[in-house]
Write a protein that binds this ligand. Structure first.
Ligand code: PRP
Length: 182
């Protein structure tokens, strides 16, 4: 049965990254992460909500001991433009002091969210702190950020699917697609 996306289907544009491309790249990223963190005290900090689908697939491919905790932030609201104000509405439960922390994001766009999170988490004295993002959109950057693991570099288009939303819709689409604004 063909998946019904919703009544706004005409706004769902072309596939930018297919399911198969995502699967292949995630295996590569997980292999690299497993090698780099072998013997370390890895805590993956997942940034909700967008990263939920990425981490579900990534976690299954990580072959070393790892812990997972979650933070929720918001900067977009119901818009396709970043508000510029990052809000934490769920904090970590785990203590990350002395741990090797890897932030898992779905997308780095303006860089404001990750910049804010890196500064915030550094104050908790982790042993190391790095960033892994499925998508990187460097053309929109307003803050310079260091990202160790990148799945795909994408052009400056608003994208949805594979966890990414527009006004909370479209997160369950299985590939990354362009969103056609009005
Ligand atoms: C998205 C995404 C990143 C952030 C990236 O989250 O998940 O956290 O925006 O954008 P930036 O680099 O311009 O800061 P959003 O605030 O939309 O919340 P969501 O994950 O719940 O969709």
């Amino acid at each position: 049965m063909k998946k019904r996306i919703n009544k706004m289907d005409e706004k769902v544009g072309k596939v930018l990254i297919s399911k198969e491309q995502i699967e292949k790249r995630i295996k590569e990223l997980a292999k690299q992460i497993s090698q780099d963190y072998e013997g370390k005290d890895l805590i993956c900090v997942i940034i909700l909500r967008g990263a939920f689908m990425f981490v579900t697939d990534l976690a299954k491919e990580i072959s070393i001991p790892a812990k997972f905790d979650f933070m929720a932030t918001s900067s977009y609201g119901d818009s396709t433009k970043s508000s510029g104000v990052v809000r934490i509405y769920k904090d970590l439960d785990m203590n990350i002091e002395g741990k090797d922390v890897l932030i898992i994001e779905d997308i780095v766009d303006t860089g404001r969210t990750i910049n804010y999170l890196v500064k915030n988490l550094k104050t908790r004295n982790p042993k190391s702190l790095e960033v892994c993002t499925l998508l990187n959109k460097p053309a929109n950057r307003v803050v310079n950020v260091k990202i160790k693991y990148v799945g795909f570099v994408i052009p400056p288009e608003f994208v949805i699917g594979y966890g990414l939303d527009f006004a909370e819709d479209y997160r369950h689409i299985t590939e990354v697609r362009v969103f056609k604004e009005d």
